[in-house]
Design a protein around this ligand. Sequence first.
Ligand code: XIL
Length: 328
Amino acid sequence: DTPLRVYAQKLGKEIGVAVASYRYDCSRNDGETGLVGNEFNIVVGENEMKFDATEPNQGEFNYGGSDAVMWVADRFSQEVRGHTLAWHQQVPKWVSEDGKKNNHGFTKKELLNILKNHIFNVVGKYKGKIREWDVCNEVLDDDQSIVRTDPDAYKLRPSIWATYIGEEFIDSAFVWAHRADPQAKLYINDYGVEFAGDTKTEAYFNLIKRLKASKLPVDGCGLQCHLTTGQLDTLKLEKNIRRYAGIGLKCIITELDISLANPYSADALDIQAKEYGAITRVFLRNENCPSMLVWGISDNHSWRQNQPLLFDSNLKAKPAYYNVHAQL
Ligand code: XIL
């Protein structure tokens, strides 16, 4: 019954979870709070550090949720990932109605200042405390068929930042985050970029090579790994992770969950467990993959359907949990 984090620590690895601070009950050592503290040695706020949570009105910062994440992490001696600074979702209305439209008619210069001020405040607030930040999240378009004709290409997703500032918002965000906390490790993060050969995966590698070539302070990339049973290809995943090692970058599994494919087979939970085990082995045997985090603790509080996590609605460990455990 030794917790995951004990084994992970012995292996020099971090195993983590996305937490919801409003569900923390710090008066108790059991329940969800206890489980998070007991099993995991790194956490990330599921929503607490996003733009809409931290700067709900211009220049007015709210650190209630993020402070709660930090406080509990400190109590349980957990590292914290900061998620996330520049994203097209969960942007407050005063910036953009939907994360894409420039409905307030901001100029490029104004938007750069908005982003800069946000990053300096949030990263500055947790300077020396948050070890790493997802600086940019999901900047790539889902359609990357362009790489079939141009193998070095990538296409950005339209967003308030990309459309009205241009690609330099990415460069600037990294530079500002680095200036706000020179010790913090800086990441880019995305989904659908897990398996080598997929167009979006290739585009992600191209973009990251470009960031490196521009000498930006990028320490690594996140592979979200929002999967459904049947999708995992460990060979392609490992090939992808190793490529990043080849250019001196870390590659973290940032938001792992594996939903059961519909319709469920009788052995669906065992299939899920096998895939969780397989991805854990890839994580363990690749030195440039220091951490693996699951996106939530229990199936009933997941952002996705079909029981994607390690614990069921009663916080009871599932076969997936036991198979992650068995690999450590
Ligand atoms: C999700 C949260 O889990 C939800 O609670 C919220 O309503 C929407 O965002 N990729 C990311 C995460 O980078 O921030 C998202 O989290 C899931 C997809």
